[in-house]
Write a protein that binds this ligand. Structure first.
Ligand SMILES: [Fe+2]
Ligand SMILES: [Fe+2]
Length: 232
C-alpha cells in the first residue's frame, strides 16, 4: 500500500498509512455524497419530485461503497481487532457504531422503497424519500464525527503496529476478494458524477460535515473542482 491513496494535502512520507487513515479518507468521499443527498432531499421536499437517476446512483453508492466496502472493513476487521485488544464487544463504542450502521441500512432501504414508489407514479413518495434521506445524512455525519474524533484515535493508540499492518493487508484482501476488482473505482466514479451534477465541492462537504463547530478537520479533501481521490 502506498500513500498515493491519501488525499493530496497529506504530507508526503514513506511509511504506510494507518488503517484509520484509509477509513477517514473514505469518510471524506462519503461526506461529499451526503451533501448531494441533502440537496436531493431538499428538492424532493420543495418540488415534490425525486431525481430518479441521481437517487438510484446515490443508493448504489451508499450500499456498495459506504456500507459493503467501508462499514464492512470496520465491522469485520477494525472493530474485532479493537475488541481483541480490550474493548467490550457487546456494550462498548464498537457496539454503538454497529447499531448505527444498522440504522443507516434501514434508512437506505426506506429511501429505496420511496424511489421505487415514486417511479411508479406515487407523488407522495417524494416526501418520504426526503424524510429518510435527511435522517440518513444527519445520522451518518454524526457517526463519522464520532469515528474520526474518538474511535479512530483510540484504535491508533490501542492497536500495536504489527496489528495495524495486518489490518492494512486485510483491507486490501477485502477490496480484492469481497468487493471485486474495479468496484471501488466504479463507486468513486459514481460519486464523482453525482458531485459534478449537483455542484458539490469538497470544501462545502467539509463545512457541512463540521457545522457543529467541532475542531475536527480530518484528512484534507480535494480542492474544489479537482477529481475525487482514491480513498484506499
Ligand atoms: Fe462506521
Ligand atoms: Fe466509518
Amino acid at each position: 500500500m502506498t500513500p498515493k491513496t491519501l488525499p493530496p494535502a497529506t504530507p508526503a512520507r514513506t511509511a504506510a498509512p494507518r488503517p484509520t487513515e484509509i477509513l477517514s479518507a473514505e469518510h471524506r468521499v462519503i461526506e461529499q455524497v451526503l451533501v448531494v443527498l441533502e440537496k436531493m432531499s431538499d428538492r424532493a421536499r420543495t418540488e415534490g419530485e425525486v431525481c430518479l437517476g441521481s437517487a438510484r446512483d446515490a443508493i448504489a453508492f451508499l450500499r456498495t461503497f459506504a456500507d459493503k466496502c467501508h462499514h464492512g472493513k470496520e465491522e469485520a476487521r477494525l472493530f474485532p481487532a479493537m475488541e481483541r485488544h480490550g474493548l467490550p464487544a457487546d456494550a462498548g463504542p464498537t457496539a454503538v457504531m454497529r447499531a448505527e450502521h444498522e440504522m443507516g441500512r434501514e434508512a437506505v432501504r426506506r429511501m429505496d422503497e420511496a424511489v421505487v414508489e415514486h417511479a411508479k407514479g406515487d407523488k407522495s413518495a417524494a416526501s418520504r424519500f426526503a424524510y429518510h434521506a435527511h435522517g440518513f445524512v444527519e445520522l451518518l455525519r454524526e457517526h463519522i464525527a464520532k469515528e474520526d474524533q474518538v474511535l479512530f484515535p483510540m484504535a491508533d493508540r490501542m492497536l500495536p503496529s504489527a496489528v495495524q499492518t495486518e489490518l492494512l493487508a486485510d483491507f486490501e484482501t477485502a477490496e480484492r476478494e469481497e468487493m471485486g476488482a474495479g468496484v471501488h473505482e466504479e463507486m468513486l466514479a459514481v460519486a464523482e458524477r453525482l458531485t459534478a451534477k449537483w455542484g458539490v465541492t469538497a470544501s462545502e462537504a467539509l463545512a457541512k460535515a463540521h457545522a457543529c463547530g467541532c475542531a475536527h478537520a480530518g484528512p484534507a479533501v480535494r480542492p474544489a473542482g479537482t477529481p475525487l481521490q482514491k480513498a484506499r
